[in-house]
Design a protein around this ligand. Structure first.
Ligand code: NAP
Length: 311
C-alpha cells in the first residue's frame, strides 16, 4: 500500500460519536474510505451496511481496518474478533470495560501482528501537546482538575452509561485523566476517591479523587454530571515558574492567565492522521493509564448514595 492509497475502513456502532466525528473526519481526511458499517439501527450512506458483526467479518472484502465506536462493554468481543480476522483496530475511549480486557487486547494484537490504537480524543485537543512541552521544563507543585457537565445535555438517552461497566461520570472524567497522563510524566497514583451514586443507578454521577504524581505533586479531580448552565472542563497546573491552565477540555491553553493556544477543533482529524501513520508503519499505540486510574478510583472509592437520577 502506498501512502497515497486510502485505507479501506469499517465502522462499528453508528451512534452519536460516529456521526458527530468519525464519519466527517474520514470524509474530510485523505487517509480512510469507509467501505462498511456495522450497526443494528444506524446506516452509513455509500458504505455496505451490516446489522450483524459476524456477518461483516465473513464478508469483509478488502477491508483493512475497523473503528469501534460502540460502548465499552461490547468492545472486547468486537476487538478480539477483529484482531483474529487480521484487521487493524481503532478503539474509541475508554478502550475496554476492564484493565484485564485492555491488556489482553494489547497482547492479542501484538501476537497477531495487527495495529491496535486505543484513542484518547482529548489528548489531540489543541492545547495538550503545547502544555506537555511547556511543563517538561518546570517543577509541578499541584494539579487541579474540574470537569463538570450536564449529563442530560451530553448523554441523552444513553442507558448503557449508567449500567455496570458503563463508567458513569468517568465517561467524561477519563478524558481529563487522559490529558493529565499525557502532560505529566510517570505513573499517577490514586490515594483516595469518593463516589456519589444516584439511588437508582449502578454508576456514579459525581466523583472526587485525590491523587499524586510520580514526582510527588498533589493532584485533585472533581467530576460532576449535575452541572447546569456554563460547563467546565479545566485543568490548572501550578509550577515553580507560573500557572498553566487548559480550558474547554484542552482546546485552549493559558499561561499565567494569557491565552496562548486556541483554534478550531481538530481532535478527530488528528486521530485519523495518527491511525493512518500507525497502520502504514505497523505500530500500535495503546496507553491504558487513564483506564487504570478509573479502576483504582473504583477500588479505593468510598460510596455515597445521592438523589435518584431521572432523565
Ligand atoms: P451511542 O450514541 O449510544 O452510540 C453507540 C452505538 O453503538 C449505538 O448507536 C449502537 O448502534 C451501538 N451499540 C450500543 N450498544 C451496543 C451493543 N450492546 N452491542 C452492539 N452495538 C451496540 O454512544 P456514543 O456517544 O456514540 O459513544 C460510543 C463510544 O464513544 C463510547 O465509548 C463513548 O465514551 C465514546 N465517545 C462518545 C462521545 C460523545 O460525545 N458522545 C465523545 C467521545 C467518545 P446500534 O444500536 O445501531 O447497533
Amino acid at each position: 500500500m502506498t501512502s497515497s492509497q486510502k485505507i479501506a475502513l469499517a465502522l462499528a456502532g453508528v451512534g452519536k460519536i460516529a456521526r458527530d466525528q468519525h464519519i466527517p473526519s474520514c470524509e474530510e481526511g485523505r487517509d480512510f474510505d469507509i467501505k462498511a458499517a456495522i450497526s443494528r439501527n444506524g446506516k452509513i450512506e455509500g458504505a455496505e451496511n451490516f446489522e450483524s458483526y459476524d456477518a461483516f467479518l465473513q464478508n469483509r472484502n478488502g477491508i483493512q481496518a475497523i473503528s469501534l465506536c460502540t460502548p465499552p462493554e461490547v468492545r472486547f468481543d468486537m476487538a478480539k474478533k477483529a484482531i483474529a480476522a487480521g484487521l487493524d483496530v481503532l478503539m474509541e475511549k475508554p478502550p475496554a470495560a476492564t484493565m484485564g480486557e485492555a491488556q489482553a487486547l494489547a497482547e492479542m494484537a501484538d501476537m497477531a501482528g495487527v495495529v491496535l490504537f486505543a484513542t484518547w480524543h482529548s489528548r489531540f485537543a489543541n492545547g495538550v501537546e503545547p502544555a506537555r512541552e511547556w511543563l517538561s521544563t518546570k517543577k509541578i507543585t499541584s494539579v487541579t482538575i474540574t470537569w463538570k457537565e450536564d449529563v442530560r445535555r451530553w448523554h441523552p438517552g444513553q442507558a448503557w452509561i449508567w449500567e455496570a461497566g458503563g463508567f458513569g461520570v468517568f465517561d467524561p472524567g477519563i478524558n481529563a485523566l487522559s490529558i493529565l497522563t499525557a502532560i505529566i510524566p510517570g505513573q499517577t497514583i490514586v490515594e483516595k476517591a469518593s463516589l456519589s451514586f444516584p439511588a437508582n443507578r449502578q454508576q456514579p454521577i459525581a466523583a472526587s479523587l485525590k491523587m499524586r504524581s510520580a514526582a510527588g505533586a498533589p493532584i485533585s479531580a472533581e467530576f460532576d454530571w449535575r452541572q447546569e448552565g456554563p460547563q467546565t472542563w479545566d485543568i490548572v497546573v501550578e509550577t515553580d515558574k507560573g500557572t498553566l491552565r487548559l480550558a474547554k477540555g484542552g482546546a485552549e491553553l493559558y499561561i499565567d492567565g494569557k491565552l496562548t493556544v486556541e483554534g478550531p477543533d481538530r481532535e478527530y482529524a488528528r486521530i485519523y492522521t495518527r491511525f493512518a501513520e500507525l497502520v502504514r508503519t505497523r505500530k500500535s499505540d495503546a496507553d491504558y493509564q487513564p483506564l487504570r486510574l478509573v479502576a483504582d478510583a473504583f477500588l479505593t472509592g468510598e460510596r455515597h448514595e445521592v438523589e435518584a437520577f431521572i432523565e
